[in-house]
Design a binder for this molecule. Structure first.
Ligand code: HEM
Ligand code: NAG
Ligand code: NAG
Ligand code: NAG
Length: 503
């Protein structure tokens, strides 16, 4: 009898607890989507639809509601979706002290490789960010130019021989773009000749693919660990697969040992890591951060590799897809590359790259239509009153900025499904809020590799345009369909199939 009463009491309390949770947004008078236990608003996410599709639906539904935010529930956790551009700007920049963490999940103890700069919270994030920023100064990027150029030449040659053997010239171009950026980051980041262009099954490439294609857990478990970090850590949930962790631990320790034993000094990311490991500071600096451990530098190497290769290669592939669908744009971009080359003795140079205005507009327009990172995240670490509302974002709440939805908003980008590089003419850019375009995020927590990512893509694209013509073919999926399982990356199902011919 007592047992039954006890159980009944627990059950009734649970029901009240859940109802009380799911009234959170109603009580604050914030527009929201009604939730069901236990998933809240994310039932089926990762299988039936992707996170960006949910957010786009919600964004469009509440577009004309005057509230700058919409309330959602991820499981029992209230999360905030930002809808207003002014608020987004303030969260990214002016009030970024409240939102300096990303709120991603990592587990330093069971999965040290997940404790990298993309995931880390303060104060560790801040010291690391300051230390890693010198990796991408203009001087360093200029030095990387030639390395990227060499790999791009191999890329073009490889594609030429593939075109010769491919049936009707049909090629899955994302695979080759991925090998190109893998070889680039291996070289500029690690000083390693990976040559995945010729050896697609090389371990580096395979682990790189697996890091994105075969996550250790389902979307719903990944979101669970973001919503309930402490619990997930207690349950030993890991984010990065163990085989990938072990591979990177091996490769980084071998590389470090090889350099230290042979006194090899290179001007690359690995060298900065070695300095931070041995001295806790960079050469010529006075500020010391405490020496980084081998595990800590491995994690940073991993994220530079992962963030550097996948985003840039998908960005290039989406643009080639739009070139295939818009032949005049492709021809105009080719002309703009040709003109700049002519000016520089028919050589591709670092200076020349920066003058290819039309190509840059094409790159940005494809980053708009297909942001490789479709959803941006911030985590509130200090209560924040939202202007013009009665709502305070509480410490510990997750803030979502739906990049894909905003970049497809008619108000900022009329006929958003139309690919039109002229949207990036200076006078057009001036007409909309800066934050409406956010492929690299904004503010102190934006993409650290922004400029390098663009330069790398541009070199590859300029060389491709000079050597090939891209067209759609029977295998081209139009419009592109996207994978559903990935929580933040926008990735095409089956890659991007195009007809490629030499010119
Ligand atoms: C087209 C290429 C790229 C795109 C579209 C891209 C996009 C992004 C985005 C959207 C973020 C989150 C920004 C935010 O929350 O405000 C980010 C962060 C980051 N990206 Fe990139 N990225 C690209 C290339 C690169 C490259 C080449 C590297 C390094 C080699 C890199 C390294 C990082 C790192 C380390 C972070 C975390 C920064 C932090 O939290 O302090 N990315 N990127
Ligand atoms: C393209 O976007 C990048 C990143 O937001 C920006 O720095 C650059 O000025 C843009 N270029 C053009 C031509 O719009
Ligand atoms: C905030 O609450 C006050 C008092 O309940 C109300 O008068 C006011 O309209 C509310 N403001 C907004 C923006 O909802
Ligand atoms: C493939 C893989 O690495 N699976 C791992 C996923 O995470 C759990 C722990 O959270 C491991 O036990 C699995 O081995």
């Amino acid at each position: 009898m007592e047992l039954i009463f006890g159980l009944l009491f627990v059950l009734i309390s649970l029901i009240f607890l859940v109802r009380w949770r799911y009234n959170y947004w109603r009580n604050l008078d914030v527009p929201f989507i009604a939730a069901t236990f236990p998933f809240g608003n994310i039932k089926g996410m990762g299988k039936k639809y992707s996170q960006f599709e949910l957010l786009k639906d919600v964004y469009d539904k509440f577009k004309h509601n005057s509230s700058p935010i919409v309330g959602l529930y991820y499981y029992l956790s209230p999360v905030i979706m930002v809808k207003d551009m002014e608020l987004a700007k303030n969260i990214f920049t002016r009030d970024s002290v409240h939102f300096i963490d990303r709120g991603a999940y990592y587990n330093e103890k069971d999965n040290p490789i997940s404790a990298h700069i993309f995931n880390l919270d303060n104060p560790k994030w801040k010291t690391l960010r300051t230390k890693l920023t010198p990796t991408f100064t203009s001087g360093k990027i200029k030095m990387m130019f030639y390395t990227v150029y060499d790999v791009a030449e191999r890329f073009v040659n490889k594609l030429k021989s593939e075109v010769d053997v491919a049936v009707d010239g049909e090629i899955e171009i994302k695979e080759f773009a991925g090998r190109f950026t893998t070889d680039v980051i291996g070289s500029v980041g690690f000083g390693l000749e990976i040559n995945s262009l010729d050896n697609p099954t090389t371990e580096f490439r395979v682990h790189g693919i697996n890091a994105f294609e075969k996550p250790n857990h389902s979307t719903l478990i990944n979101i669970f660990s973001v919503a309930f970090k402490d619990l997930a850590r207690k349950l030993h949930v890991i984010q990065v697969r163990k085989d990938i962790e072990e591979f990177f631990q091996g490769i980084v320790s071998q590389t470090v040992k090889h350099r230290e034993d042979n006194g090899i000094v290179r001007n690359d990311f690995m060298q900065l890591m070695i300095q931070l490991k041995n001295h806790g500071k960079l050469d010529g600096e006075t500020l010391t951060v405490g020496k980084l451990t081998m595990d800590e530098i491995t994690a940073q190497c991993f994220i530079f590799f992962a963030a550097g290769y996948e985003t840039s290669s998908t960005a290039m592939s989406y643009l080639l897809y739009e070139f295939a669908n818009n032949q005049q744009v492709q021809e105009k971009a080719r002309q703009s590359v040709r003109q700049v080359l002519a000016k520089y003795d028919n050589k591709l140079t670092y200076e020349g790259i920066k003058e290819m205005d039309y190509l840059l507009m094409c790159v940005n327009e494809s980053l708009r239509k297909y942001p490789p990172v479709h959803t941006l995240l911030r985590y509130c670490n200090k209560d924040y009153k939202v202007e013009n509302t009665n709502c305070t974002i509480k410490k510990g709440q997750l803030v979502i900025i739906p990049a894909y939805a905003i970049q497809h908003d008619q108000e900022y980008f009329p006929n958003p499904e139309v690919y039109d590089p002229d949207r990036f003419l200076p006078e057009e850019v001036a007409k909309r809020p800066t934050c409406a375009f956010m492929p690299f995020g904004h503010g102190p927590r934006n993409c650290i590799g922004l400029r390098f990512g663009i330069v790398q893509a541009q070199i590859g694209l300029a060389m491709l345009l000079m050597n090939f013509k891209f067209e759609t073919c029977s295998k081209t999926v139009n419009p592109i369909e996207f994978k559903k399982f990935s929580t933040i990356m926008l990735s095409p199902i089956g890659g991007i199939n195009l007809k490629v011919s030499k010119i």
